[in-house]
Design a protein around this ligand. Structure first.
Ligand SMILES: [Mn+2]
Length: 232
């Protein structure tokens, strides 16, 4: 089975419950994280720790990508750009200090999360945080793609996108959506974890790309629902 999870945004409890509920076998199943593990939620440190552990324990089957929130953290530590502090960074710094009291261990985790790749591909799908530029080769995409708005990404013609990916659909997150739809070339899997203004609407999705179904953890009710991915 191939799984995808994105925009966890510090929702450690939901992450754990979904992984357990899905009974993922990390020795044979594949799991890709689409970035934005941190900020907004309370447990960014634990999410980074868990995702890092999984990628190191199962390097063939678990992959993590960078999102714009990790990019803001990267820009803060590498260049002193304070944008991150007003997007949840202040709380995340406190949480990282709590989760990793040892400074060396903390720095290791920050550097790991700051240096994740922009794109991952397998024989069926291409994975990225927010979008792709159809006019740059997949292995030479600019860092801007992790900020791409849903409007810009979905303005790209299906033909241009499919010619870039050699007919593989693009699996991504970044912009919260209420339901996961597959338009034949794109699949947005961000369900608004710790992001939607209305708490009842906040969800974290675990997408099964092999079955084209997904589990959604509703944060407010702390319960999991299973759904089919809609196609149009
Ligand atoms: Mn996000």
């Amino acid at each position: 089975m191939k799984y995808f999870m994105t925009d966890v945004h510090g929702e450690y409890k939901g992450l754990e419950l979904l992984l357990r509920y899905a009974e993922i076998d990390f020795t044979s199943d594949q799991l890709v994280f689409g970035g934005d593990s941190i900020n907004r939620g309370r447990q960014s440190g634990k999410v980074i720790k868990r995702v890092k552990e999984l990628t190191e324990a199962y390097p063939q089957n678990v992959v993590a990508l960078i999102g714009n929130h990790e990019e803001m953290m990267r820009d803060y530590y590498q260049r002193g750009n304070v944008l991150w502090l007003s997007h949840g960074g202040k709380d995340t710094i406190r949480d990282l200090e709590k989760t990793f009291p040892n400074e060396k261990v903390r720095t290791e985790h920050i550097e790991w999360a700051s240096n994740l790749p922009l794109v991952y591909e397998d024989d069926e799908f291409v994975y990225t945080h927010a979008g792709l530029n159809p006019f740059e080769p997949l292995d030479k995409q600019s860092r801007d793609i992790i900020w791409m708005s849903e409007f810009d990404f979905y303005s790209i013609s299906k033909e241009d996108l499919m010619s870039l990916t050699q007919r593989r659909p693009v699996v991504h997150g970044h912009t919260p959506c209420e339901r996961i739809y597959f338009d034949g070339s794109r699949l947005n899997c961000d369900m608004g974890s710790n992001t939607y203004m209305i708490e009842e609407e906040r969800g974290l999705g675990l997408v099964n790309l092999t079955e084209m179904t997904y589990l959604v953890y509703r944060q407010y009710h702390t319960k999991i629902e299973k759904r089919e991915i809609a196609r149009f």
